[in-house]
Write a protein that binds this ligand. Structure first.
Ligand SMILES: Cc1ncc(COP(=O)(O)O)c(C=O)c1O
Length: 391
């Protein structure tokens, strides 16, 4: 059997028609398949490889840690320097109210744990998400996700959950003294990159303060420079009570985290203890890779590059069939207003060695979210390929 046949026969699939690219190497902004074909990566592993593939500093941090230890004990018992140093660095870049990090394995686990923390902290049960949101694939995250296709085969989901319309001032009244948490992507990703008004974000914060509901920002996709700020909440200046991270957090290795005040995360330690536990959370390899990636992001000024290259994409992607290029930094949606055309452009670009991708809840647009180290020449190459497919 060929590798492709074994892939189809023995690996569980998520869709009837996987792309099934056979990638043998990745470097910087490029992927290479078994036939030696090179792909310019406009997906970055779905907002994971923000510093590019296999950055030497990240690789060397992983190798050094391999020579020390891998897993030694479930999260939270031992002093593990990789976790401690990474938490120290992360909190140094955040407001002082976000000073306590809980490392987990994935974005969805971080959402689950933050819902549990919010219920504990408020003594309430109601959880609110936003329309067209995506927060992950486990039951709690799905309960806040508003994507009927993802939900309907899994009903019933968590009780006492509801949704407000993203960016709707009127819907803020649905947040009440019963609400434990309101979970919001500060820029919606899989809805096709939707940016809220700053005034709505300020009013959301105010309503949560008035009612005592905790404001949870899901920055799993928007974090680590993706939107042209280190964290997307910096666009509005609204600080959440709990910040949820994932994807690029681990520098290419699996990782999630939720960050809140020390006072709040301490609630997980008693009444009863072990309020959230996780065997592999904060794996030493993920921590050193994540710390290495964060240092690279800052040293190489990739956040600033995301702003410049995002603007260049917007400047170059002008065509009668492009209705809009939405987004901030390098979290972009190219709106074509036509799902068939999106399919043709994405597949045509792939054929020509440029990898773009779809959105879960916006079939009429495609995604541009490359590594943040993408160069001017590479942006020009990508835009050239997209415009040729549209011609
Ligand atoms: C905004 C957002 N939250 C949560 C998740 C879930 O993260 P994970 O796939 O690591 O569970 C995703 C994944 O795409 C996401 O985009």
């Amino acid at each position: 059997m060929s590798l492709n046949e074994v892939f189809l026969a023995h690996l569980a699939q998520t869709s009837p028609h996987p792309l099934a690219l056979d990638i043998v190497k990745a470097e910087g902004c490029y992927l290479f398949d078994r036939n030696g074909k090179r792909y310019l990566d406009l997906v970055a592993g779905l907002a994971v490889n923000n510093v590019g593939h296999r950055h030497p500093k990240v690789i060397s941090a992983i190798k050094d840690q391999c020579d020390r230890y891998l897993h030694v004990i479930p999260y939270g018992e031992f002093v593990q320097e990789p976790q401690v140093r990474f938490a120290e660095k992360l909190t140094s870049r955040l407001p002082s109210s976000l000073n306590s990090v809980y490392f987990v394995n994935s974005g969805t686990e971080a959402i689950e744990a933050s819902l549990k923390l919010a219920k504990r902290a408020t003594g309430r049960t109601e959880l609110i998400g936003c329309r067209r949101s995506y927060h992950g694939s486990t039951h709690g995250s799905l309960s806040l996700t508003d994507n009927p296709n993802k939900r309907y085969r899994n009903l019933p989901l968590l009780p006492d959950t509801g949704h407000i319309t993203f960016n709707s001032p009127d819907d803020l009244a649905l947040i009440t003294e019963r609400t434990a948490a309101v979970v919001v992507e500060p820029i919606q990703g899989d809805a096709g990159v939707r940016i809220p008004d700053k005034s709505w974000m300020l009013a959301l914060r105010e309503r949560c303060d008035e009612t005592g509901a905790l404001l949870v920002f899901d920055e799993v996709q928007t974090g680590f420079g993706r939107t042209g700020k280190l964290f997307a909440f910096e666009h509005s200046g609204v600080v959440p009570d709990i910040l949820v991270l994932g994807k690029a957090l681990g520098g290419g290795l699996p990782m999630g985290a939720f960050i809140s005040s020390r006072e709040r995360t301490l609630l997980l330690t008693h009444d009863p203890a072990l309020g959230h536990i996780t065997t592999f959370g904060g794996h030493p390899l993920s921590c050193v890779a994540g710390l290495g990636a964060l240092e690279v992001l800052l040293e190489e000024q990739l956040v600033e590059n995301a702003v410049r290259m995002g603007a260049l994409f917007k400047e170059l992607l002008v065509h009668p069939k492009i209705k809009e290029v939405r987004g901030e930094g390098l979290m972009l949606a190219v709106e074509l207003g036509d799902a068939d055309l999106v399919q043709r452009v994405v597949m045509g670009c792939l054929d020509k060695g440029v990898l773009g991708f779809w959105f879960l809840s916006c079939p009429t647009a495609f995604r541009i979210a490359p590594p943040l180290c993408i160069t001017k020449k590479q942006v020009e190459q990508a835009c050239g390929a997209i415009l040729r497919e549209l011609a």
